[in-house]
Design a binder for this molecule. Structure first.
Ligand code: HEM
Ligand code: CU
Length: 553
């Protein structure tokens, strides 16, 4: 609302939101900020849908006996996995926060190819709606991993249509990656050198490389799957002369790097939050920046740790085990650097910071249990159990979703021009933290005790832990729903934020909230390092000393 005021700040008159009016101006926009909002809306809807499938799973597992039919259960967990991975986790941070912030953070007016950016949203929607229509027609029962030959020769479900949807969404990921890489190379403002880039931009850059190099592999894998399923071309089915393990290699050659597509942007968000709320430059900036690239590169060398029990050679197993330990090092470097940044920082505990601190703890658990899985001998016992489920939920929810929400809360005032009520923000962050741990920690124990994944019935001795998990999921669901209400409320009633409500560093805080269509009134010229909080603190200490000296005279 132009002209609205909270007594301190006024809403800017023209912003990217009201620059043009009507639905059409949104659906045909080239503005990266508007496209980010389109993604935000669609991704939130898909997240809710994935949540409904999760609820079905947790309700089934509340009791040892069957509630749903086995067939139905298979379709529910498959739908949950596909929606959450391909329609939420992979696009979430890059497409919403990356789209909105990357150009602003480097001082550019937009991405390099605004129309391609819009195209990538359409590809995402077309692919997503195809996948969704397959679900409405009856869904898929293969699991999100589509293992062959079941998926190509036996499954009676909508594998092809779902695969087509994922194939198309893949191109959305590729075009976004391309846009980000070129924008980061070509469109930085004067003075915005590589060593001054915010760490969020570095992480988006590394993620984009993985998107560009990895996604074509999943695309071709889906094509091969379709060729075998539809035309009977023997690629994966041994009866037709194919090799089923080949599918696992191809699938994980993409899908392991894909877990870094999900977590690298999250790490980028956390670097921003930790710096802003401890008022310090991120410790070891260049280590944090380069560890993103290291993760992107090493992430391509460890896919075989998903094949430890597939019959791959023992030597391959040993090497993949070793390499998997190595890929954890750059992640550990980041955790070390964030923790060190907190040391002697002047920390404040606003909502986004609660998410950042939650991230550090939960990602540590997720990453360390990754090492359990990476240990060849141990993984033979825990593979395909609830231990794996717990591991990857700690990283995908505990890290990625938490960072996404932290980022949404941090940049919400920038995106909308208004602030939300801190009390509700903090309360929901805490409910999410408690609910999340209650849901997923018991699953480590269940898996260690031998409960396999993907079954709809289980022996009664597993029930107590499953009840805890379902109870936790209910708390988690409430925590996730709360922001929908208070964020929507804030759009109309929230106090006007002003350009820099957190007093944070970074070009995005130097322009209006919400920003104008071209982001800045004049191209910014960058003269300082990223997160120059220390310089500011030194300057004010110097000024204070000067004042004192004057008084002493
Ligand atoms: C710290 C480094 C990590 C290591 C060493 C690691 C290791 C592993 C290993 C060895 C497995 C296979 C276990 C099995 O199936 O028997 C696994 C599964 C998995 N991990 Fe991780 N992981 C790490 C980080 C992550 C991250 C950051 C994510 C996601 C953001 C992730 C997501 C997954 C998923 C989705 C699966 C299981 C997929 C499935 O079978 O459905 N991991 N991890
Ligand atoms: Cu992996």
């Amino acid at each position: 609302m132009p002209g609205a005021t909270n007594g301190v700040f006024e809403m800017p008159k023209t912003t990217y939101i009201n620059a043009q009016e009507g639905i059409k101006s949104w659906l045909l926009t080239g503005d990266h900020k508007r496209i980010a909002i389109l993604y935000l809306i669609s991704i939130s809807i898909f997240f809710a849908l994935g949540g409904i499938f999760a609820a079905l799973i947790r309700i089934e597992l509340l009791t040892p006996g069957p509630d749903l039919e086995a067939e139905m259960y298979n379709r529910a967990f498959t739908a949950h996995g596909i929606v959450m991975v391909f329609m939420f986790l992979i696009p979430a941070i890059p497409a919403v926060l990356g789209n909105f912030l990357l150009p602003i953070m480097i001082g550019a007016r937009d991405l390099a190819f605004p129309k391609v950016n819009l195209l990538s949203w359409y590809l995402y929607m077309i692919g997503g709606l195809l996948t969704l229509s397959a679900m409405l027609m009856g869904g898929v029962d293969t699991g999100w991993t589509f293992y062959t030959p079941y998926s190509t020769s036996y499954s009676q479900s909508y594998v092809f249509l779902t695969g087509l949807g994922i194939f198309i969404m893949g191109f959305s990921s590729i075009t976004t990656g391309l846009n980000f890489v070129i924008t980061t190379h070509k469109m930085r403002a004067p003075g915005m050198t590589w060593s001054r880039l915010p760490l969020f931009v570095w992480s988006q850059y590394a993620t984009s490389l993985v998107m560009l190099l990895g996604t074509p592999v999943i695309a071709i894998t889906v094509v091969l799957l379709a060729a075998e399923r539809v035309f009977g071309v023997g690629v994966f089915n041994p009866n037709l002369g194919g090799d089923p393990v080949l599918f696992q290699h191809l699938f994980w050659f993409y899908s392991h790097p894909a877990v870094y597509i999900m977590v690298l942007p999250a790490m980028g968000v956390i670097s921003e939050l930790i710096a802003a709320f401890s008022r310090r430059r991120v410790f070891g900036y260049s280590f944090v920046a380069f560890s993103s690239l290291a993760i992107a590169i090493f992430g391509f060398l460890v896919w075989g740790h998903h094949l430890f029990v597939s019959g791959q050679s023992a030597y391959a197993g040993i090497i993949f085990s070793l390499l998997s330990f190595i890929v954890a090092i750059p992640s550990a470097v980041k955790v070390f650097n964030w923790t060190t940044t907190l040391y002697k920082g002047s920390i404040s505990y606003e909502t986004p910071m609660l998410y950042a601190l939650a991230f550090i703890g939960l990602f540590a658990i997720g990453g360390l249990t990754g090492l359990f899985c990476a240990a060849l001998g141990l993984d033979v016992h825990i593979t395909d159990t609830y231990f794996i489920i717990a591991h990857f939920h700690y990283v995908m929810v505990g890290a990625t979703v938490i960072a996404y929400l932290g980022g949404i809360h941090y940049w919400w005032p920038k995106m909308t021009g208004r602030t939300y009520p801190e009390f509700w923000g903090k309360l929901s962050a805490m409910l999410i933290y408690v609910g999340f741990n209650l849901t997923f920690f018991p699953q480590f124990i269940l898996g260690y005790l031998g409960m396999p994944r993907r079954y709809h019935v289980y022996p009664p001795e597993y029930q107590v832990l499953n009840v805890l998990s379902t109870a936790g999921a209910s708390v988690l669901a409430i925590g996730f729903m709360m922001p929908v209400f208070y964020l929507l409320w804030s759009l109309k009633f929230g106090p006007v934020a002003g350009p820099n409500p957190w007093g944070a560093k970074g070009l995005e805080w130097e322009t209006a909230s919400p920003p104008p269509t071209l982001n800045f009134d004049a191209t910014p010229i960058v003269t300082e390092e990223a997160y120059a909080y220390d310089a500011e603190a030194e300057e004010s200490a110097y000024q204070a000393a000067l004042q004192q000296a004057k008084h002493a005279k």
